[in-house]
Design a protein around this ligand. Structure first.
Ligand SMILES: [Zn+2]
Length: 295
């Protein structure tokens, strides 16, 4: 562990940005059936949106990972504030033990928005120092995590062991959560699925970029695991991560080529949509930043 900083938490959580795209969702109606609880391993569960599209993301937020121990729950991510009751009822369907730790993979509202309520109910919230800074800078942010780390941290609870690995790419301080005994890893929004409806994106405003993203995906590929739980969409294996990386790498290479040929933003966007089905929805907002990064 390179550093550990403890802060005093104050106030309540307000509206956060979601990948910088869904800043103000309001109380939009649920898009489909509620998220489903899926067993990944004994003692480890994923909560995943059933339709896996942007409407579902807006209504229900990102994926959750629930890790059960004899002394309580380690939870990865918290969805939006408004999803709190569903989050709690899903956990209660598995255990009577309290949530002891909530690890936030990054600062966006669809993952971190429910953290204040879980903290009020007794959970210790942990985020990287870099992404805590993103929260500090976010407008209307009145709640902040009390515990932040840099580089690497470990949690021990009820005989279980969880590693937190600071990475970069989607934001300036994404956390990869590793469950070595279960051979499972949570990637947060470094990995999002499905390709056509919840595209891979980086958030330049929060310190993300594709160069760091590539390093983080290579790091994930070098780790020892069987199942990867992404920030959105279904769990995947290493072969599927490798294919997803290859596909995005082609988009990045093509972008660089078009940018060097001095194509306009519109020309680049249309080419990427045509050739790769990438560049619409949240991805469209990333293209101006890519013109600066990928020269
Ligand atoms: Zn995000």
């Amino acid at each position: 562990m390179r550093s550990l900083t403890i802060f005093t938490a104050t106030g309540l959580l307000s509206v956060l940005s979601v990948c910088g795209i869904f800043a103000q969702q309001g109380n939009r109606p649920p898009a489909g059936p509620p998220p489903k609880l899926t067993k990944i391993k004994d003692n480890l569960y994923q909560v995943e949106n059933q339709a896996a599209n942007l409407d579902d993301l807006g209504a229900y937020g990102g994926n959750l990972t629930i890790y059960l121990t004899d002394q309580g729950v380690i939870l990865v991510d918290s969805k939006f504030d408004r999803n709190h009751e569903d989050v709690v009822s899903k956990i209660k369907s598995l255990t009577d033990k309290p949530v002891k730790y909530l690890i936030l993979t990054h600062n966006h509202g669809d993952h971190a928005g429910g953290a204040a309520k879980l903290e009020a109910e007794g959970a210790q919230v942990i985020i990287s120092s870099e992404d805590r800074e993103n929260l500090v800078k976010a407008p209307n942010q009145r709640w902040l995590p009390a515990l932040a780390y840099s580089g690497h941290a470990e949690l021990f609870l009820g005989g279980k062991h969880v590693e937190l690995l600071e990475a970069r790419g989607h934001t300036r301080g994404d956390t990869i959560v590793y469950f070595p005994a279960e051979r499972v890893v949570c990637a947060g929004d470094l990995v999002t699925l499905p390709w056509d409806s919840i595209p891979l994106i980086v958030n330049y405003g929060d310190g993300g970029n594709w160069t760091d993203w590539g390093h983080s995906i290579n790091r994930l590929l070098a780790m020892d695991w069987d199942v990867l739980i992404p920030g959105h969409g279904p769990a995947i294996n290493k072969q599927q991560l490798s294919e997803l990386y290859g596909r995005m790498d082609q988009v990045i290479d093509r972008f660089r080529q078009l940018n060097r040929e001095k194509k306009t933003q519109e020309e680049i966007t249309q080419t990427l949509i045509k050739e790769f089905h990438w560049g619409t929805g949240p991805a469209a907002g990333v293209i101006p930043g890519m013109m600066a990064e990928l020269r």
